[in-house]
Design a protein around this ligand. Structure first.
Ligand code: ATP
Length: 368
């Protein structure tokens, strides 16, 4: 999402709600979603028991509240990250968004239709054409080569061989797997396997990608490379992404907005800049305080939106909105305002002091 779109979809000041302003095109509208595991789960929804500790609730009722009253919107073309520690409910939430898990209560609207009212045939259509999932453990078929793994979903749908092959070749190129089409999964590195996972998900031309810890099994360098790849793919294809991670740095790097979960509840939803500079509570503050801001915040995060070049700026003092603050340091050395661009278009301006304040502490300029 570009900086001007980001400014337009910045959530209201109470970030815990995570709703987008009226009129924003939404891909997913999730309202009051609950998932309770255990016997007669409905009785827990909205009852005071839901506020018991997990251990106490389990002892008294045999139930676990995995998601509690979760409400958010995801804008079309947004990368929406759900971040939280192990057991906070992330995987359950993302599975509820495609009904791999049946929610206990609440509503989810996708493509304008009610997900929870969809019958089996509608759900199948939705999973074939609207939503695709990418998992941490690739799930590749070992006896099929890369091309056939990617085309597998289309094969199941009865798509003819020539069309499948054409689509597979197209997404192979898209995710940088040229030359690997005839390899088998056990001949690929982890990063390559996950490229196949991404390509397989993209072969359906989905509007929405749900990614559950897709890069968590990768070593740090490959992981960083794949994060850039996810951003590039989102930009090229305009696909909406819901990305699950337990890694805050990954969340802040990727997310247009990040939802922080704790014990099944969403404690804050905001941009990287909002979470770092205006944490909703001590939990988010503790989480974010060690984050190296220069490696997470981008020029776009802290730029003042404008479509005009600042007087005195030259192309030498221009940075892309996605540039990390670390990489803006050479540009601010001249102590002159920097023009921030998105695909060559001017979208904002940045004062050198704002870069330093964001890196070393101090308040951010108000984006409004
Ligand atoms: N099928 C199930 N039956 C009972 N409890 C479950 C089930 N699935 C998940 N839970 C519980 O729901 C809670 C949330 O689990 P979930 O897997 O969604 O969390 P998570 O944030 O994705 O964690 P992780 O990163 O470890 O997968 C946990 O307490 C978990 O034990």
């Amino acid at each position: 999402m570009s900086i001007d779109q980001r400014a337009a979809t910045t959530p209201p000041p109470d970030p815990a709600h995570g709703l987008l302003p009226e009129g924003t095109e939404t891909a997913i509208r999730c309202r009051g979603l609950w998932k309770v595991f255990g016997p007669r789960p409905e009785r827990i929804v909205g009852s005071p028991d839901a506020d018991l500790s997990r251990v106490e609730l389990l002892e008294r009722t045999g139930c676990v509240v995995a998601c509690q009253e979760v409400t958010f919107d995801v804008g079309v073309g947004e990368i929406f990250v759900v971040m939280g520690l192990s057991g906070s409910g992330k995987s359950t939430l993302v599975r509820c968004l495609s009904r791999l898990i049946e929610p206990t209560a609440g509503s989810v609207e996708i493509a304008g239709g009610s997900l929870l009212d969809a019958d089996a045939a509608q759900l199948r259509e939705l999973r074939r054409h609207t939503i695709s999932m990418v998992f941490q453990h690739f799930g590749l078929l070992p006896n099929r080569n890369v091309r056939d793994n990617i085309a597998y979903g289309l094969e199941i749908q009865g798509v003819d061989r020539a069309t499948r092959r054409g689509k597979a070749e197209e997404v192979i190129e898209l995710v940088g797997l040229q030359g690997f089409a005839d390899r088998f999964p056990d001949e690929l590195s982890g990063g390559m396997k996950q490229r196949v996972g991404l390509a397989r998900a993209l072969a359906n031309d989905p509007d929405i990608l749900l990614l559950d810890e897709p890069f968590s099994a990768l070593d740090p360098l490959i992981r960083a490379e794949m994060q850039e790849e996810a951003i590039r793919l989102q930009r090229e294809l305009g696909v909406t992404m819901v990305f699950i991670t337990h890694d805050l740095q990954e969340a802040l790097r990727l997310g247009d907005r990040v939802a922080v979960m704790r014990d099944g509840e969403v404690v804050q939803i905001g941009t990287a800049a909002q979470l770092l500079e205006r944490p909703a509570d001590h939990y988010v503050r503790d989480f974010t305080k060690e984050v190296p801001r220069a490696l997470v915040l981008t020029a776009g995060d802290i730029a003042t939106p404008t479509d005009e070049a600042r007087p005195g700026t030259t192309p030498a003092l221009e940075v892309e909105a996605t540039t990390l603050l670390r990489d803006c340091i050479p540009a601010i050395a001249g102590d002159r305002p920097i023009t921030v661009t998105d695909d060559g278009r001017i979208v904002g301006s940045l004062e050198p002091q704002a870069v330093l304040a964001a890196i070393y502490g101090g308040s951010l300029p108000d984006p409004s």
